[in-house]
Design a protein around this ligand. Structure first.
Ligand code: GTP
Ligand code: SPV
Ligand code: MN
Length: 593
């Protein structure tokens, strides 16, 4: 097959990689429906994909990964900058020369007997001033078909690229899916990503976390913009005005759910609507009017399956009804559909669990779906997709919201005093770990701005970049910064806030604050709502004013403890820690004394 471009930097890079991995043949992905059909059929013939019930789930497929390959691997994810200091204390680092040598040794000849697929893709609407081009080489049809959903793929991308050398190089080699030789390496100074020995999600869909966060965060630092682990949603009020919010929560902490929320009945009756622009990643830059604008660089949702149901997230569920790839969920053999924990109360009796073993749906040690099983669904399927989704100039941001999963301490919501205090609030985020990454689940760890596993350079420089961006903004136009916590628990371990659609009640307060329509209590940690200002009408039996008050309280002793943890965390960064943050920490310590 002939190349789809004459771009010399592209062709010579591909030649080099062909020489290294030695594919039997090369296929350029042009994005045509015909080619996609062909690849689907081929993947089904080898068992890589299972074609699902085409009446109930048209163009939907099931894929099972290797049992040892079900999540991101943070300790095998490396930032390979020339200087170790530039990766910083929160990243794993390797010298680039050493990393290339190690990776080339693993990748050598690994495409023998296989096909190399060349995927030209755009992160962001093709040709948008925010958009960036990448090319991923892969030996996995599953990766091709996922990239086709998650990004804009095909010849049009190469037309926009022209002769430019400004594109991100990505090489993915499945090799033997050997967990001991699995590496996900970012070379920010070379615009390059190499991923070996995995076939799972964030490890191999190189446009997503590897490019759109790790490489892009570094590009953003150098070019004056930001790449963030944030959803984008629009809230339409009864007058028809839409305000946009970006929110950063760690993996599996509620971004997809918030981005697609269904307003509570009370709000629906008044005429409120919520529109989804993005559910995972935001690229943010200042617009001509001095406000910050965000785009979603992705074109689909790679969402957590378990817990997604008609009640919790009907919009996500509807998004999975056509053209979707399911990964590591249970296979219902009676009707050739899929199932996962929390979909409904009727697990299929005649099924295969996520590993492909027979499963009768009965309660046992075995789960039907892996806790990090996912759906890859086209954004266009989402019933509440924003009309601004394709806007090449993005949407103006009124508020930035940070949040994590914390049973104690962090109140339901609070507002920072100003931009710099907001950067501090983001920098001290902590959250319980989830199944989205390999390792222990439920352990509280610091996860600044939900970027701990995704910042492509020294986190202290990243905080400085946030502070520098703030300096360029007129405080009147800068987004206001908040922190939320949907996951507070009582002493019996029950969630104290209903969450999901009812989170709109909190976003409503946030928007009112941005517009100066509601007061707040000034506390040791920032502005906290008067409980009466959070609308809990219709929540009778779920939340009382008393329990709302208790999750809005600042518990000083806990904050004193936390301040010590923050100090220890900051100490890792030595002299690099911005003075602004040191001063904010001093203020917090004094306030909670
Ligand atoms: P990634 O795709 O990994 O980045 O995850 P995410 O941040 O998009 O998380 P997602 O919305 O998929 O939610 C993950 C889990 O959190 C699911 O099991 C949800 O059911 C649960 N969850 C989401 N929102 C809420 C909430 O408001 N309250 C509670 N209690 N659970 C929630
Ligand atoms: C996350 O873990 O934050 C995800 C899934 O969105 S992955 O693409 O695997 O990173
Ligand atoms: Mn994510």
């Amino acid at each position: 097959m002939s190349a789809l471009t004459t771009n010399k930097s592209v062709l010579s890079w591909i030649d080099e990689k062909v020489e290294l991995v030695k594919p039997d043949k090369i296929v350029w992905i042009d994005g045509s429906q015909e080619q996609i059909e062909e690849l689907r059929a081929q993947a089904c013939s080898t068992g890589e994909l299972v074609k699902l019930n085409q009446e109930l789930l048209p163009d939907c497929y099931l894929h099972r990964t290797a049992v040892n390959d079900v999540a991101r691997v943070e300790d095998r994810t490396l930032i390979c900058s020339k200087k170790e200091e530039d990766a910083g204390p929160t990243n794993h680092w390797m010298d680039p020369e050493k990393a290339y040598a190690m990776l080339y040794d693993i990748a050598k000849d690994s495409y023998k007997g296989r096909t190399m697929y060349v995927i030209p893709y755009s992160m962001g609407p093709v040709g948008s001033p925010f958009a960036k081009v990448g090319i991923e080489l892969t030996d996995s049809i599953y990766v091709v078909l996922n990239m086709v959903i998650m990004t804009r793929v095909g010849s049009a991308v190469l037309d926009v690229l022209g002769d430019s050398e400004d594109w991100v190089r990505g090489l993915h080699c499945r090799c033997d899916i050997d967990a001991e030789k699995r590496w996900i390496c970012q070379f920010p100074e070379d615009n390059t990503i190499i991923s070996v020995n995995s076939g799972y999600g964030g490890n191999v869909l190189l446009g997503k976390k590897c490019f759109a966060l790790r490489i892009a965060s570094y590009q953003g630092k150098n070019e004056g913009w930001q790449a963030e682990h944030m959803l984008i949603l629009g809230i339409q009020n009864p007058k028809g005005e839409v305000k946009y919010i970006c929110a950063a929560f760690p993996s599996a902490c509620g971004k997809t759910n918030l981005a697609m929320l269904i307003p509570p009945a009370l709000y629906q009756e008044k005429g409120y609507k919520v529109w989804c622009v993005g559910d995972d990643i935001s690229w943010i830059r200042k617009g001509p009017d001095g406000r910050l604008y965000a785009i979603n660089p992705e074109n689909g949702f790679f969402g957590v399956a378990p817990g997604t149901n008609e009640k919790s997230n009907p919009n996500a569920l509807a998004s999975t009804k056509k053209g979707t790839i399911f990964t590591n969920v249970a296979h219902n053999l009676d009707n050739n559909t899929v199932w996962w924990e929390g979909l409904d109360k009727n697990p299929p009796a005649n099924a295969m669990e996520w590993k492909g073993n027979p499963w009768n749906g009965q309660e046992s040690e075995e789960k039907g779906a892996h806790p990090n099983s996912r759906f890859t669904a086209p954004a266009i399927n989402c019933p509440c997709l924003s009309s601004e989704f394709e806007n090449p100039n993005g949407v103006p941001i009124s508020a930035i919201v940070f949040g994590g999963r914390r049973a104690k301490l962090a109140p339901l919501v609070y507002q920072s005093r100003d931009w710099n205090h907001g950067v501090f609030v983001g920098s001290i985020m902590a959250s319980e770990t989830t199944a989205a990454a390999a390792g222990a689940v439920g352990v509280v760890r610091r996860d600044p701005m939900a970027m701990l596993p995704f910042c492509g350079y020294n986190m202290a420089d990243y905080w400085q970049h946030w502070i520098d961006i703030g300096k360029t903004l007129d405080p009147e136009k800068a987004p206001k910064i908040f922190n939320v916590n949907w996951f507070r628990k009582d002493d019996e371990g029950n969630f104290m806030w209903p969450g999901f659609g009812d989170n709109l009640r909190v976003l409503d307060w946030i928007i009112d604050r941005c517009e100066g329509k509601v007061g707040a209590q000034e506390t040791e940690i920032g502005y906290i709502p008067f409980a009466e200002d959070i609308n809990i009408e219709g929540l009778e039996g779920e939340v009382s004013l008393e329990s709302l008050k208790s999750i809005l309280e600042v518990e000083k002793e806990l904050w004193q403890e936390d301040a010590k943890g923050i100090e220890e965390f900051y100490a890792k960064f030595g002299d690099k820690i911005p003075q602004v943050l040191v001063d904010e920490l001093e203020t917090l310590k004094k306030n909670v004394q």
